[in-house]
Design a protein around this ligand. Structure first.
Ligand SMILES: Cc1ncc(C[n+]2csc(CCOP(=O)(O)OP(=O)(O)O)c2C)c(N)n1
Ligand code: SF4
Length: 280
Protein backbone atom coordinates (compact mmCIF):
# COMPACT_ATOMS: atom_id res chain seq x y z
CA UNK A 1 0.00 0.00 0.00
CA UNK A 2 1.18 3.52 -0.81
CA UNK A 3 1.76 5.57 2.36
CA UNK A 4 -0.10 8.82 2.62
CA UNK A 5 1.80 11.95 1.76
CA UNK A 6 0.65 14.09 4.66
CA UNK A 7 1.94 17.30 3.02
CA UNK A 8 -0.84 17.16 0.40
CA UNK A 9 -4.50 16.89 1.42
CA UNK A 10 -6.05 13.57 0.42
CA UNK A 11 -9.09 13.61 -1.84
CA UNK A 12 -11.79 10.95 -2.06
CA UNK A 13 -10.03 9.56 -5.14
CA UNK A 14 -6.98 8.68 -3.04
CA UNK A 15 -9.15 6.26 -1.06
CA UNK A 16 -10.29 4.38 -4.19
CA UNK A 17 -8.34 1.39 -5.49
CA UNK A 18 -7.49 0.82 -9.15
CA UNK A 19 -10.18 -1.89 -9.39
CA UNK A 20 -13.33 -0.98 -11.29
CA UNK A 21 -16.52 -2.04 -9.47
CA UNK A 22 -18.46 -4.78 -11.22
CA UNK A 23 -21.79 -3.92 -9.59
CA UNK A 24 -24.82 -3.73 -11.93
CA UNK A 25 -25.65 -0.29 -13.33
CA UNK A 26 -27.75 1.62 -10.80
CA UNK A 27 -26.72 -0.52 -7.81
CA UNK A 28 -26.88 1.54 -4.61
CA UNK A 29 -23.51 0.17 -3.52
CA UNK A 30 -21.71 2.64 -5.81
CA UNK A 31 -23.00 5.45 -3.63
CA UNK A 32 -21.80 3.69 -0.47
CA UNK A 33 -18.30 3.42 -1.94
CA UNK A 34 -18.38 7.12 -2.77
CA UNK A 35 -19.68 8.04 0.67
CA UNK A 36 -16.97 6.00 2.42
CA UNK A 37 -14.20 7.63 0.39
CA UNK A 38 -15.69 11.10 0.93
CA UNK A 39 -15.96 10.54 4.67
CA UNK A 40 -12.35 9.35 4.90
CA UNK A 41 -11.19 12.34 2.85
CA UNK A 42 -13.16 14.70 5.08
CA UNK A 43 -11.45 13.23 8.12
CA UNK A 44 -8.06 13.15 6.30
CA UNK A 45 -7.34 9.74 7.77
CA UNK A 46 -4.00 8.37 6.54
CA UNK A 47 -4.57 5.35 4.28
CA UNK A 48 -2.40 3.14 6.44
CA UNK A 49 -4.46 3.96 9.55
CA UNK A 50 -7.75 2.61 8.19
CA UNK A 51 -9.01 -0.92 7.56
CA UNK A 52 -12.25 -1.92 5.85
CA UNK A 53 -13.45 -5.42 6.66
CA UNK A 54 -16.27 -7.05 4.74
CA UNK A 55 -18.06 -10.37 4.41
CA UNK A 56 -19.36 -11.97 1.22
CA UNK A 57 -21.99 -10.60 -1.13
CA UNK A 58 -22.16 -7.98 -3.87
CA UNK A 59 -21.99 -5.24 -1.22
CA UNK A 60 -19.03 -6.86 0.53
CA UNK A 61 -16.93 -6.31 -2.59
CA UNK A 62 -16.59 -2.72 -1.42
CA UNK A 63 -13.42 -3.53 0.54
CA UNK A 64 -11.55 -4.28 -2.70
CA UNK A 65 -12.56 -0.96 -4.21
CA UNK A 66 -10.84 1.16 -1.56
CA UNK A 67 -7.12 1.74 -1.11
CA UNK A 68 -7.10 1.39 2.68
CA UNK A 69 -6.23 -1.94 4.28
CA UNK A 70 -8.98 -4.41 3.54
CA UNK A 71 -10.13 -7.92 4.18
CA UNK A 72 -12.84 -9.45 2.01
CA UNK A 73 -13.54 -12.19 4.49
CA UNK A 74 -15.96 -15.01 5.06
CA UNK A 75 -19.75 -14.85 4.72
CA UNK A 76 -21.28 -13.48 7.92
CA UNK A 77 -18.00 -13.12 9.78
CA UNK A 78 -16.96 -9.56 9.00
CA UNK A 79 -17.72 -8.33 12.52
CA UNK A 80 -15.77 -11.17 14.10
CA UNK A 81 -12.73 -10.35 11.94
CA UNK A 82 -13.08 -6.64 12.60
CA UNK A 83 -13.42 -7.13 16.36
CA UNK A 84 -10.25 -9.20 16.41
CA UNK A 85 -8.39 -6.61 14.36
CA UNK A 86 -9.55 -3.76 16.59
CA UNK A 87 -8.57 -5.71 19.70
CA UNK A 88 -5.06 -6.14 18.33
CA UNK A 89 -4.72 -2.68 16.72
CA UNK A 90 -6.57 -0.08 18.74
CA UNK A 91 -4.88 2.67 16.69
CA UNK A 92 -6.65 1.68 13.45
CA UNK A 93 -9.96 3.13 12.35
CA UNK A 94 -11.88 -0.04 11.56
CA UNK A 95 -14.86 0.11 9.20
CA UNK A 96 -17.03 -2.94 8.54
CA UNK A 97 -19.36 -3.32 5.56
CA UNK A 98 -21.65 -5.87 3.97
CA UNK A 99 -25.20 -6.78 3.06
CA UNK A 100 -28.34 -7.49 5.03
CA UNK A 101 -27.90 -11.20 4.29
CA UNK A 102 -24.28 -11.19 5.38
CA UNK A 103 -24.78 -9.13 8.51
CA UNK A 104 -28.26 -10.02 9.70
CA UNK A 105 -28.88 -13.56 8.50
CA UNK A 106 -25.75 -15.75 8.68
CA UNK A 107 -23.98 -12.99 10.63
CA UNK A 108 -26.89 -12.14 12.94
CA UNK A 109 -25.31 -13.64 16.02
CA UNK A 110 -22.10 -11.66 15.50
CA UNK A 111 -24.18 -8.53 14.98
CA UNK A 112 -25.97 -8.66 18.32
CA UNK A 113 -22.76 -9.39 20.20
CA UNK A 114 -20.83 -6.67 18.38
CA UNK A 115 -23.55 -4.23 19.46
CA UNK A 116 -23.37 -5.56 23.02
CA UNK A 117 -19.57 -5.28 23.22
CA UNK A 118 -19.68 -1.72 21.89
CA UNK A 119 -16.14 -1.83 20.48
CA UNK A 120 -15.12 1.24 18.51
CA UNK A 121 -16.17 -0.01 15.05
CA UNK A 122 -18.30 1.59 12.33
CA UNK A 123 -20.58 -0.92 10.62
CA UNK A 124 -22.44 -0.15 7.39
CA UNK A 125 -25.10 -2.61 6.29
CA UNK A 126 -26.05 -2.08 2.65
CA UNK A 127 -29.66 -3.13 2.97
CA UNK A 128 -31.32 -4.06 -0.33
CA UNK A 129 -33.81 -6.45 1.29
CA UNK A 130 -32.52 -9.35 -0.78
CA UNK A 131 -29.58 -11.72 -1.26
CA UNK A 132 -28.25 -10.11 -4.44
CA UNK A 133 -25.13 -12.14 -5.15
CA UNK A 134 -26.94 -15.49 -5.00
CA UNK A 135 -29.67 -14.21 -7.32
CA UNK A 136 -32.58 -12.96 -5.31
CA UNK A 137 -33.49 -14.99 -2.22
CA UNK A 138 -35.37 -13.41 0.69
CA UNK A 139 -33.28 -11.86 3.46
CA UNK A 140 -34.26 -11.01 7.06
CA UNK A 141 -35.37 -7.56 5.89
CA UNK A 142 -37.49 -8.78 2.94
CA UNK A 143 -41.24 -8.43 3.41
CA UNK A 144 -42.99 -11.76 4.14
CA UNK A 145 -45.01 -11.65 0.94
CA UNK A 146 -42.16 -10.57 -1.33
CA UNK A 147 -41.40 -13.36 -3.75
CA UNK A 148 -39.15 -13.68 -6.74
CA UNK A 149 -37.10 -16.80 -6.28
CA UNK A 150 -38.03 -20.47 -6.55
CA UNK A 151 -37.16 -20.95 -2.89
CA UNK A 152 -40.02 -18.81 -1.62
CA UNK A 153 -42.86 -18.78 -4.18
CA UNK A 154 -45.61 -16.70 -2.60
CA UNK A 155 -43.17 -15.14 -0.16
CA UNK A 156 -41.17 -16.43 2.76
CA UNK A 157 -44.12 -15.89 5.10
CA UNK A 158 -41.61 -14.74 7.72
CA UNK A 159 -41.89 -11.24 9.16
CA UNK A 160 -38.96 -8.95 8.53
CA UNK A 161 -37.25 -7.17 11.39
CA UNK A 162 -36.05 -3.61 11.76
CA UNK A 163 -32.25 -3.68 12.07
CA UNK A 164 -32.01 -0.43 14.09
CA UNK A 165 -34.38 -1.86 16.73
CA UNK A 166 -32.23 -4.98 17.00
CA UNK A 167 -29.12 -2.79 17.30
CA UNK A 168 -30.70 -0.74 20.09
CA UNK A 169 -31.89 -3.78 22.02
CA UNK A 170 -28.43 -5.32 21.69
CA UNK A 171 -26.53 -2.29 23.03
CA UNK A 172 -25.19 -0.32 20.04
CA UNK A 173 -24.40 3.26 21.03
CA UNK A 174 -24.83 4.95 17.62
CA UNK A 175 -27.69 4.00 15.30
CA UNK A 176 -28.51 5.67 12.00
CA UNK A 177 -30.33 5.03 8.76
CA UNK A 178 -29.26 6.52 5.43
CA UNK A 179 -30.29 6.27 1.80
CA UNK A 180 -27.86 5.84 -1.06
CA UNK A 181 -29.89 8.35 -3.07
CA UNK A 182 -28.36 10.94 -0.72
CA UNK A 183 -24.65 10.02 -0.77
CA UNK A 184 -23.57 13.26 0.92
CA UNK A 185 -26.00 12.58 3.78
CA UNK A 186 -24.55 9.08 4.05
CA UNK A 187 -21.01 10.49 4.06
CA UNK A 188 -21.95 12.90 6.89
CA UNK A 189 -23.41 9.99 8.84
CA UNK A 190 -20.24 7.98 8.31
CA UNK A 191 -18.14 10.85 9.61
CA UNK A 192 -20.34 11.03 12.71
CA UNK A 193 -20.19 7.26 13.12
CA UNK A 194 -16.40 7.14 12.78
CA UNK A 195 -16.02 10.01 15.27
CA UNK A 196 -18.35 8.31 17.73
CA UNK A 197 -16.48 6.25 20.34
CA UNK A 198 -18.21 2.89 20.40
CA UNK A 199 -20.12 0.63 18.02
CA UNK A 200 -21.76 2.69 15.27
CA UNK A 201 -24.39 1.00 13.15
CA UNK A 202 -25.54 2.57 9.89
CA UNK A 203 -28.29 0.90 7.88
CA UNK A 204 -27.82 2.22 4.34
CA UNK A 205 -30.89 1.60 2.19
CA UNK A 206 -29.12 0.54 -1.00
CA UNK A 207 -31.40 -0.52 -3.88
CA UNK A 208 -30.70 -3.62 -5.96
CA UNK A 209 -32.22 -2.73 -9.36
CA UNK A 210 -31.60 -6.26 -10.64
CA UNK A 211 -33.59 -8.25 -8.08
CA UNK A 212 -35.73 -5.54 -6.40
CA UNK A 213 -36.45 -3.04 -9.21
CA UNK A 214 -39.50 -1.81 -7.29
CA UNK A 215 -37.10 -0.08 -4.88
CA UNK A 216 -36.63 2.62 -7.48
CA UNK A 217 -39.61 4.10 -5.61
CA UNK A 218 -37.50 4.55 -2.48
CA UNK A 219 -36.38 7.89 -3.85
CA UNK A 220 -39.97 9.12 -3.41
CA UNK A 221 -40.66 7.28 -0.16
CA UNK A 222 -37.55 7.90 1.94
CA UNK A 223 -38.05 10.75 4.41
CA UNK A 224 -35.91 12.40 7.07
CA UNK A 225 -37.02 11.81 10.64
CA UNK A 226 -39.17 14.74 11.62
CA UNK A 227 -37.16 15.29 14.76
CA UNK A 228 -33.70 15.03 13.24
CA UNK A 229 -31.89 15.42 16.55
CA UNK A 230 -30.40 12.12 17.68
CA UNK A 231 -31.74 11.06 21.05
CA UNK A 232 -29.72 9.43 23.81
CA UNK A 233 -32.90 8.06 25.38
CA UNK A 234 -33.50 4.43 24.34
CA UNK A 235 -37.24 4.76 25.00
CA UNK A 236 -37.58 7.73 22.67
CA UNK A 237 -35.40 5.93 20.10
CA UNK A 238 -37.43 2.73 20.14
CA UNK A 239 -40.70 4.66 19.81
CA UNK A 240 -39.29 6.56 16.85
CA UNK A 241 -38.09 3.36 15.19
CA UNK A 242 -41.24 1.35 15.80
CA UNK A 243 -43.51 4.14 14.59
CA UNK A 244 -41.47 4.55 11.44
CA UNK A 245 -42.14 2.75 8.14
CA UNK A 246 -38.51 1.67 7.85
CA UNK A 247 -37.70 4.47 5.42
CA UNK A 248 -36.96 7.31 7.86
CA UNK A 249 -33.37 8.56 7.66
CA UNK A 250 -31.14 10.31 10.14
CA UNK A 251 -29.07 9.62 13.23
CA UNK A 252 -31.66 8.02 15.44
CA UNK A 253 -29.76 7.34 18.64
CA UNK A 254 -26.39 8.28 20.05
CA UNK A 255 -25.24 7.72 23.58
CA UNK A 256 -21.93 7.67 25.44
CA UNK A 257 -21.52 4.14 26.70
CA UNK A 258 -18.31 2.40 27.77
CA UNK A 259 -16.48 1.23 24.62
CA UNK A 260 -14.78 -2.08 25.19
CA UNK A 261 -11.15 -2.29 24.03
CA UNK A 262 -9.72 -5.65 25.01
CA UNK A 263 -6.29 -5.08 23.42
CA UNK A 264 -3.21 -3.86 25.21
CA UNK A 265 -2.88 -6.86 27.50
CA UNK A 266 0.09 -9.03 26.69
CA UNK A 267 -0.62 -12.77 27.02
CA UNK A 268 0.78 -13.99 30.31
CA UNK A 269 3.65 -16.47 30.48
CA UNK A 270 1.20 -18.96 32.02
CA UNK A 271 -1.13 -18.61 29.05
CA UNK A 272 1.75 -19.13 26.60
CA UNK A 273 2.77 -22.28 28.49
CA UNK A 274 -0.83 -23.48 28.49
CA UNK A 275 -1.14 -22.86 24.73
CA UNK A 276 2.07 -24.77 24.03
CA UNK A 277 0.42 -27.90 25.43
CA UNK A 278 -1.96 -27.83 22.46
CA UNK A 279 0.72 -27.38 19.80
CA UNK A 280 0.82 -30.14 17.18
C1 LIG B 1 -21.05 -19.99 4.36
C2 LIG B 1 -21.70 -19.47 3.11
N1 LIG B 1 -23.02 -19.65 2.94
C3 LIG B 1 -23.64 -19.17 1.84
C4 LIG B 1 -22.90 -18.52 0.90
C5 LIG B 1 -23.60 -18.03 -0.35
N2 LIG B 1 -23.78 -16.60 -0.33
C6 LIG B 1 -22.90 -15.74 -0.91
S1 LIG B 1 -23.37 -14.15 -0.82
C7 LIG B 1 -24.82 -14.58 -0.03
C8 LIG B 1 -25.85 -13.57 0.37
C9 LIG B 1 -25.53 -12.21 -0.05
O1 LIG B 1 -26.56 -11.34 0.33
P1 LIG B 1 -26.24 -9.98 1.06
O2 LIG B 1 -25.29 -10.16 2.17
O3 LIG B 1 -27.53 -9.33 1.41
O4 LIG B 1 -25.43 -9.14 -0.02
P2 LIG B 1 -25.82 -8.59 -1.46
O5 LIG B 1 -25.27 -9.59 -2.44
O6 LIG B 1 -27.30 -8.45 -1.54
O7 LIG B 1 -25.10 -7.29 -1.50
C10 LIG B 1 -24.89 -15.96 0.18
C11 LIG B 1 -26.01 -16.64 0.85
C12 LIG B 1 -21.52 -18.33 1.12
N3 LIG B 1 -20.75 -17.67 0.25
N4 LIG B 1 -20.95 -18.82 2.23
S1 SF4 C 1 -27.29 -8.01 -8.07
FE1 SF4 C 1 -28.16 -6.25 -6.99
S2 SF4 C 1 -26.82 -5.92 -5.21
FE2 SF4 C 1 -25.71 -7.21 -6.70
S3 SF4 C 1 -24.50 -5.75 -7.93
FE3 SF4 C 1 -26.43 -6.17 -9.01
S4 SF4 C 1 -27.79 -4.50 -8.34
FE4 SF4 C 1 -26.09 -4.59 -6.86
Amino acid sequence: MAKSNTAVPLTFKDYKSALKPIWCPGCGDFAVLNAITKALAFLQLPLENVALISGIGCSSRVAAYTSVYGFHGVHGRALALASGLKAAREDLTVLVAGGDGDGLSIGGNHFIHACRRNMDLTYIVMDNEVFGMTKGQASPTSEPDWAKGKLTPGGSGIRSFKPPVLALASGASFIARAFTGDPNGLARMLVAGIEHKGFSFIQALSPCPTFRPEHADWKHQVHAFENEEATDDPLVAVQRMMADDGLGTGIIYQRDLPAIQPGGQKPSAELAAFESEFEI
